[in-house]
Design a binder for this molecule. Structure first.
Ligand code: GLC
Ligand code: MG
Length: 522
């Protein structure tokens, strides 16, 4: 087995509720995913990151887990999951689970025990503090800027929650809790899952002294995340993972604009003692600007330890659809094609958010249709994350082929033109760019493993770089601008491996076309 498979793999992120419904209840499920594995093979996907499918009261789309060793009935059963794992493995597709270590659901038996009395053996498994004169223990706020301490009348103390109050934070300074949690991780490793995406990995440990945050000037000193002790926990996690050869891990390093490549890279440790990969959000926060993209990518490379490996993503279930960020959204599909080429030619493992390969865009969600509680709470300031979580658009039939029932979220109204069936048949579709580029990446080892060197760093909107492995070299040029641009100097006799705009045979246009992405070799 190639234990570094994840470096060559193309990952696909599935939000289970929205991928494929199999039982007509309007919510996607595990059987639905099984039925669509063929699709992933056609696209050329090697591995899936599955957002949580554990048993959950679904206060936060499954990120509030009440049983880490079971599947929620909404998605199916443990046997369904085992079958998914087996069928996927038979087809050469690996499966990474989402791992929520920072908090559980308040319905988790651990928390029910913990809150029952101050001397319960599990009291210290969560973060309990007394307030002062009836006020919260300190000024910490949740990620959505609400008070992060919740008074619990049973014992007259406050517990801490980084997200909803139904998601109490675990106390990672407690050894017993850590052992119990690690046993849960083992459960899935023993079953054969291929690794984990770690949720908000930089938030696990909080300041030992519970010092007040200084929120001004803008989030200056923050004590409820990014604590150095997190490193020890991740190292232990990695040691556990290493007992099972060939597993992979990727961490979500939760930060605000403009992203923090150094912090993300710090979760790789020396390169082989912490996580395999870490998500840096810089690209997500970039405006449509070649220079900005360049500096986001380059700062991430610069921040990595020498044995570290990068990864890239352009959207996920929290951030809304990438196309809506390519402002102005004119030419959005051309931009999506260019970004597909970039994602699949940069040095680093690409993660594709389901539906991005179609060029899906944010849907309009009316107030009545909002399902994300953040949307319900913060509307109209923030309408929540639903708009980027709408059902996968498979075909032009009713509900886009997603469900025979009433979909849990409305489909985007463009589903009759933006769907798998339609785009497969259109050689110029976003989907076909993804498919062809994934294939090209597989047949050109330089695109997987090669070193990267930038040739153009955004001048006049052009980004260009080379990928080199042994003596083989590939050049990539991306024209972010709406004008023709001078070609960078390619070697004579070069051949076009791929272009978003021209037929390979017609190589007489000497300039890059507007929004063209081109891949060339000698
Ligand atoms: C992560 C998840 C997000 C969730 C939060 C709390 O940021 O991506 O969906 O709400 O963690 O678990
Ligand atoms: Mg269902």
């Amino acid at each position: 087995m190639n234990i570094n498979w994840w470096k060559n793999a193309v990952f696909y992120h599935i939000y289970p509720a929205s991928f494929q419904d199999s039982d007509g209840d309007g919510t996607g499920d595990i059987r639905g995913i099984i039925n669509r594995l063929d699709y992933l093979t056609t696209l050329g996907i090697d591995a899936i990151w599955l957002s949580p499918v554990y048993r959950s009261p679904m206060i936060d789309g499954g990120y509030d887990i009440s049983d880490y060793r079971d599947i929620d009935p909404l998605f199916g059963t443990l046997d369904d999951f085992r079958e998914l794992l087996k069928r996927a493995h038979d087809m050469g597709i690996r499966i990474m689970m989402d791992l929520v270590m920072n908090h559980t659901s308040d319905r988790h038996p651990w928390f029910i025990e913990s809150r029952s009395s101050v001397d319960n053996p599990k009291r210290d498994w969560y973060i309990w503090r007394s307030g002062c004169n009836g006020k919260a223990p300190n000024n910490w706020r949740t990620n959505f800027f609400e008070r992060a301490w919740r008074y619990d009348a049973i014992t007259g103390q406050f517990y801490y929650h980084s997200f909803f109050r139904q998601q109490p934070d675990l106390n990672w300074r407690n050894e017993e809790m850590k052992r119990a949690f690690f046993a849960n991780i083992r459960f899935w490793l023993d079953m054969g899952v291929d690794g984990f995406r770690l949720d908000v990995v930089n938030m696990l440990v909080k300041d030992r002294l519970f010092r007040n945050n200084r929120y001004r000037p803008f989030r200056k000193i923050i004590y409820n995340r990014n604590q150095p002790e997190t490193c020890n926990i991740i190292c232990e996690f990695r040691a556990l993972l290493d007992e099972y050869p060939g597993k992979a891990s990727v961490g979500e390093v939760y930060v605000f604009r403009p992203g923090d490549p150094k912090l993300a890279a710090s979760f790789l440790g020396s390169g082989d003692d912490m996580l395999n990969m870490a998500f840096d959000f810089s690209l997500i926060f970039c405006r449509w600007n070649a220079r900005k993209y360049y500096s986001a990518v380059q700062s991430y490379y610069d921040a990595l330890p020498s044995a570290g490996w990068p990864c890239f993503f352009i959207s996920n279930h929290d951030m809304g659809r990438s196309l809506n960020r390519f402002v102005p959204v004119r030419h959005a599909h051309e931009k999506a094609r260019l970004i597909a080429v970039m994602l699949l030619t940069l040095k680093g493992t690409p993660f594709i958010y389901y539906g991005d390969e179609l060029g899906m865009v944010n849907a309009h969600i009316s107030r009545k249709q909002i399902r994300d509680r953040y949307g319900k709470k913060l509307w109209p300031v923030f309408s929540g994350r639903d708009r980027g979580r709408t059902p996968m658009q498979w075909d032009g039939s009713i509900n886009g082929g997603f469900t025979s029932g009433e979909p849990w979220l409305p489909l985007h109204k463009d589903f009759r033109r933006v769907n798998v069936e339609y785009e497969k048949a259109d050689d110029n579709s976003v989907w076909n760019v993804y498919r062809k580029m994934i294939e090209l990446r597989k047949t050109q080892p330089a695109l997987q493993q090669g070193e990267i060197e930038f040739i153009e760093t955004g001048y006049k909107g052009v980004l260009a770089y080379s990928r080199t492995l042994d003596n083989h070299q590939i050049w990539i040029a991306l024209n972010f601008s709406s004008r023709k641009q001078a070609f960078i100097k390619f070697p004579q006799n070069s051949i076009i491996l791929f272009s978003t705009h021209r037929k390979i045979a017609e190589n007489n246009e000497k300039r890059l076309l507007p929004f063209e992405a081109i891949v060339i070799t000698e």
